[in-house]
Design a protein around this ligand. Structure first.
Ligand SMILES: [Zn+2]
Length: 319
């Protein structure tokens, strides 16, 4: 043990510098107290290395708790999942993807996925901060998804339904050729098998990297939905947070019923663009599902916990 009276400030600084080597947050404002090393003994690891054998270590299971980003309260992940990924305290609807929606909607999570392996080409040789094919490849690796929509058919309360769900994690849920083609093929499947069609949208709009090809998907999906209508098969469109751009301007607003999740952002252009265009401040709650409902764009807002029941009873009414 070093006695404080035997050490100079210079030694202490050198010693401390060694202990905190590699840490740059420590900026001493005053000289260290004389007996600093004695006071700091808790800080000095006396034994080298970590002494706990691996078999003795207890791992805290990952993802056991979920903290609501809205009310900041904590709940059990399992409880949150059983509550259809909505907060048990404030009913905040967590943004979820196709996998979660499929598990909520299909009986016993049994479904058959359509065109699961369809992937995007690079028709325009597009490069932004990186080439489009590289972006697609890294996004596939990161998300485990092939593109921004997954389509499937299966039973919902015993009723065969074709469902398409968008994934926002995949390049902002942007609509490119693959999204359009998969939705068109899902509608074909619905027509051939005489099933109702449910579309769940969550999207930032058309995919920049496919430019004009993205915009063509609006016409393509709309034309397919007209064929579905001709076959007298019902279509429900659910708009979730956020649904904007070319998706709002095409299939998301063409349902026999257009419904939305609570507080979802729904719009075409963003609020900043609109404010600058009309030169006026926007009303409170502008572009929220509740505002859009009040102004006649939606039929109703559905709590995710009631989604399956409501959609199936509507389909049974319409078929
Ligand atoms: Zn909450």
């Amino acid at each position: 043990m070093i006695l404080s009276s035997q050490v100079s400030h210079a030694t202490i600084r050198r010693e401390y510098g060694r202990l905190t080597d590699g840490l740059d947050f420590f900026v001493p404002l005053q000289p260290f107290p004389e007996n600093y090393l004695l006071k700091m003994s808790w800080f000095v690891r006396k034994d080298k290395g970590i002494q706990t054998p691996t078999e003795m270590k207890r791992e805290a299971p990952d993802g056991l708790w979920y903290q609501c980003p809205n009310c900041k309260q904590v709940m059990n992940t399992r409880e949150h999942k059983l509550n259809a990924y909505t907060c048990v305290h404030c009913n905040y609807h967590e943004k979820i993807g196709s996998e979660a929606y499929f598990s909520i909607l299909f009986d016993d999570n049994e479904f058959t996925e359509l065109d699961a392996d369809m992937m995007s080409a690079d028709p325009l040789k597009f490069v932004d901060t990186k080439p489009y094919p590289t972006r697609i490849k890294t996004t596939i690796e990161k998300t485990g998804l092939k593109d921004a929509v997954r389509t499937a058919h299966g039973p919902m309360h015993g009723l065969a339904v074709t469902v398409a769900v968008m994934d926002f994690n995949f390049i902002g849920g942007s609509m490119g050729s693959v999204v359009g083609e998969k939705i068109a093929r899902a509608i074909n499947h619905a027509i051939q098998n005489k099933t109702p069609f449910l579309m769940i949208s969550r999207s930032g709009g058309a995919r920049m990297m496919e430019a004009g090809f993205s915009l063509m998907q609006m016409a393509k999906t709309s034309a397919k939905l007209a064929l579905l209508d001709k076959a007298k098969l019902p279509y429900i469109s659910l708009l979730t947070d956020p649904t904007t751009g070319g998706v709002t301007a095409s299939y998301a607003m063409l349902g026999d019923f257009n419904i939305a999740e609570p507080e979802a952002l729904i719009g075409f252009a963003g609020p900043r663009v609109i404010r600058e265009t009309i030169g006026k401040d926007l009303p409170k709650g502008f572009q929220s599902a509740e505002f859009v409902l009040d102004h006649g764009f939606l039929d109703f807002i559905v709590d995710r916990k009631d989604l399956k029941d409501k959609v199936v009873s509507l389909f049974r009414m319409l078929v």
